[in-house]
Ligand binder design. Structure first.
Ligand SMILES: [Zn+2]
Length: 328
């Protein structure tokens, strides 16, 4: 997407609240992004600090955008955790200190004077892809956000499917191995426990370093300057892009494991299109092909011809564009 700076017209402020930073930007009706700002979220200081920072981010964007003309149509917020469709409460976002239930929309609306809608961040990113990215041609798709963790969202008929409790789409916590390793969610053998950052990094480190390493000459050692704790999905993806064998092995296996879970989803909901976003969306095509091959081998026969795994298109703007999409 091009960075356009229109001088007039309505805009929506998209705010992506993460555990480390808050990103915000003005998004116009055609999805063009301007006046991006990034500030610390101060999540470790509790909800009040986060709300103060989010308010400041909105003010900065509106101040910049209004100077060029245009009317603010409201504020869309994406945040981790389960967001109830009924009362808009944000419940227990992971990695946020001191949160139980917080009325983010109500608080931000009171502080900014704008209409505010809040949504789970993965659901918001899915909606962004539906409106302006890889999902434009697909009214129904499964969205996967694959980075530190593995989140997701379901888009049905162009809209977010939340489920009665607001928790639908969590593909990262589909069990793919009953006897598998423990997951952050308390279950074991989840997709996230196999392809989330922690697992991928540990598996990669074992393959490239120490006694018995199968790929001791990996370019990844160079990319992280010898500090293997810095291995993350983006580094592994970059190495794979350069043809690194270890990175290719790890990502092919991970893609196939994701494909196992996606196949089950397809068999349940009959939606054969998946869109993959997050850090791994920059990975080479073979990762997406590995997921698609695995899906095809596991879905019921009538679905096989329709299986498609696509790369998300909004990149690091998915959060703000998705949040703004709540009002667009
Ligand atoms: Zn889990």
């Amino acid at each position: 997407m091009k960075d356009k700076r229109p001088s007039s017209g309505d805009f929506t402020v998209g705010v992506d609240i993460g555990g480390t930073t808050i990103k915000a930007a003005a998004v116009s009706a055609d999805g063009a992004v301007s006046h991006e700002t990034v500030i610390p979220s101060r999540a470790e200081e509790g909800p009040e600090a986060v709300l103060t920072q989010a308010t400041e981010a909105v003010r900065r964007v509106m101040g910049g955008r209004r100077s060029g003309g245009g009317r603010c149509a409201g504020v869309g917020i994406g945040i981790p955790g389960i967001v109830s469709a009924n009362d808009g409460l944000v419940r227990y976002p992971p990695n946020f200190t001191g949160w139980s239930e917080v009325d983010v929309s109500g608080e931000l609306s009171r502080r900014t004077g704008e209409k505010v809608l809040t949504e789970n961040d993965a659901n918001a990113a899915a909606l962004g892809e539906a409106r302006f990215g890889a999902g434009v041609e697909h009214p129904d798709f499964i969205f996967v956000i694959w980075g530190t963790g593995v989140g997701g969202g379901l888009i049905l008929d162009g809209k977010i499917f939340r489920g009665p409790g607001g928790g639908a789409g969590e593909i990262g916590h589909v069990t793919i191995d009953r006897g598998g390793p423990p997951c952050n969610c308390g279950n074991s053998g989840c997709v996230e426990a196999y392809i989330g950052q922690k697992y991928l990094s540990q598996r990669t480190a074992k393959l490239i370093s120490g006694p018995g390493a199968r790929y001791p000459g990996s370019v990844m050692t160079e990319l992280v300057e010898g500090d293997l704790s810095r291995l993350d999905p983006e580094v592994i993806s970059r190495a794979a892009e350069r043809g690194d064998e270890a990175a290719t092995r790890v990502l092919t296996d991970a893609g196939a494991m994701l494909g196992v879970a996606l196949a089950s989803v397809v068999n349940v909901v009959d939606i054969p299109t998946a869109v993959i976003g997050g850090g791994v969306s920059a990975a080479p095509a073979f990762v997406f092909n590995a997921a698609a091959d695995e899906m095809r081998s596991r879905v019921l026969r009538p679905h096989r011809g329709a299986v498609a795994v696509k790369r998300a298109l909004l990149g690091n703007r998915a959060g703000v564009v998705g949040a703004a999409s709540l009002l667009l």
